[in-house]
Design a protein around this ligand. Structure first.
Ligand code: PEP
Length: 255
């Protein structure tokens, strides 16, 4: 039985003070929902500069805190990057890796996603590895080929034991921040395909236990339908994660 994970990607939004206010509102709205016991796990991923203040605000709550990127090296001449040890300092326990905006604007490749994911595991962080096809790729019937390349590339060299902490997020690029959500059927089909790849690569136990999140314009209205799909184990949420009421509704839909 896979426990749902509802993760908010705040992207480049919220100063520390704004982030604390959002975290406080969220904590209040979720206080009756017991996300630390039998409800879904709840995670927020603020910008690096906001994460420490948010982590302090959420210290005694069951809401987890993550980052949006990690470098593969432990230290060195990598201007603008943060290492796993630095993320642990914030402190955060989770990290989003290979988001399509990183791939699109910052040259992230399957190879760098693989290196960053390895670094996350080395530092005891839970990686959320993002994959997903472009609209042109879907229209050219290349969705499965793209997903296979990304899964094989991102997870190359991982052991069955390492896979225990890896979460995969299927995020069709055409659905991110566009308001154009994948239909329940499109999303389920892609998730089932990703799970079948995990069977091939790591066996049925790993594939059965690995959580695969859906991301792409998930909101308070469409979450229940998506989360009801058998291979969808939660959501990675951008825009709707910036509104406490909407995010709390998505968490409630994941119960
Ligand atoms: C995301 O950034 O991962 C995302 C899914 O964004 P949105 O929910 O805004 O489409």
């Amino acid at each position: 039985m896979r426990r749902n994970l509802i993760a908010g990607n705040w992207k480049m939004n919220k100063t520390a003070a704004e982030g604390v206010a959002l975290a406080r509102e969220l904590k209040d709205k979720l206080s009756g929902q017991c996300c630390c016991c039998n409800g879904p796990q709840v995670l927020v991923c603020p910008p690096f500069t906001t994460a420490a203040a948010v982590a302090a605000e959420l210290k005694d709550s069951c809401i987890l805190v993550g980052a949006q990127n990690i470098h593969w090296a432990d230290n060195g001449a990598f201007t603008g990057e943060l290492s796993g040890a630095m993320l642990k300092d914030l402190p955060v326990g989770w990290v989003i890796i290979g988001h399509s905006e990183r791939r699109q604007y910052f040259g992230e490749t399957d190879e760098t996603v693989n290196k960053r994911t390895k670094a996350a595991l080395k530092h005891g962080l839970h990686p959320i590895v993002c994959i997903g096809e472009l609209l042109a790729e879907r229209e050219a019937n290349q969705t499965n080929a793209v997903l296979e390349k990304q899964v094989r590339g991102a997870l190359a060299g991982f052991t069955v034991a390492e896979m225990a902490t890896v979460v995969v997020a299927y995020e069709p690029v055409w659905a991110i921040g566009t308001g154009k959500v994948a239909s329940n059927e499109q999303a389920q089909e892609a998730h089932a395909f990703i799970r079948s790849l995990l069977v091939t690569l790591f066996g049925t136990d790993v594939a059965g236990a690995t959580r695969i999140l859906y991301g792409g314009s998930m909101n308070a209205q469409n979450a229940a339908g998506l989360l009801a799909q058998p291979d969808i184990d939660g959501g990675l949420i951008g825009g709707a994660a910036l509104k406490a009421a909407d995010f709390a509704t998505i968490v409630a839909a994941a119960k």
